[in-house]
Design a protein around this ligand. Structure first.
Ligand code: HEM
Ligand code: HEM
Length: 154
């Protein structure tokens, strides 16, 4: 059975969750550090740390897209066909797509005036991801337990 199958191996699961949380936490910390910063104070060392966080965020985001690609064939398509955890899986996949799209517009804004709006969309979807990931895992586990109970009863 593949490590990236309909059910993930412990190592694959750890990679997926680690990539998700590094991306989520680096994004949230970047926002948090911004609250205490004076936009005029360029000497504040927190600025450097904020920049480093964004670099970490960009690298982790690449890794997250890579692991999501690993999940596509067996985990996403396989579970979709088996009708398992469909609703939360589709919403989670949609949120990741929206994050990838809005992240790209931050690098290459179609128009400079739209950058703020895309940044806001990206941040709101980012906060949603922090809720969707644990929800998806919890619902997946619950549905497996239900299937196991039904098999044992039958
Ligand atoms: C159409 C899309 C998707 C469907 C139908 C789906 C379905 C499922 C199902 C059925 C489970 C429970 C597996 C089991 O333990 O038997 C599960 C768990 C999980 N899914 Fe998805 N999923 C989808 C997309 C994703 C995406 C995009 C991610 C990446 C962030 C993801 C990450 C996970 C993780 C980390 C678990 C927990 C694995 C475990 O506890 O063993 N899923 N998913
Ligand atoms: C698939 C997931 C994600 C991808 C591909 C992604 C990608 C990106 C990219 C490419 C940037 C631009 C970096 C730069 O300007 O140097 C960015 C910025 C940012 N991301 Fe993400 N990101 C993802 C998830 C998240 C999450 C979960 C959060 C959590 C809140 C988040 C928060 C932020 C913030 C606050 C910024 C800075 C916004 C700005 O410059 O206006 N991102 N992201």
């Amino acid at each position: 059975m593949s490590a990236w199958g309909v059910r993930l191996s412990p190592l694959a699961r750890m990679r997926v969750l680690a990539a998700c949380w590094v991306v989520i936490l680096s994004g949230m910390l970047w926002i948090g550090l911004g609250w205490g910063l004076d936009p005029e104070d360029f000497a504040n060392p927190l600025r450097v740390w904020r920049h480093r966080l964004l670099v970490l965020h960009g690298i982790a985001a690449y890794m997250l897209l890579w692991v999501t690609g690993c999940l596509f064939t067996l985990h996403q398509q396989g579970n979709w066909r088996a009708r398992r955890n469909r609703a939360s899986g589709v919403v989670l996949s949609g949120a990741l797509l929206l994050l990838a799209f809005s992240g790209l517009t931050l690098y290459y804004p179609p128009h400079e005036d739209w950058r703020r709006a895309f940044s806001l969309l990206h941040q709101v979807t980012g906060f949603t991801l922090a809720m969707l990931v644990p929800l998806h895992v919890w619902l997946g586990r619950r549905s497996r337990q239900k299937r196991q109970t039904a098999t044992q009863a039958g």
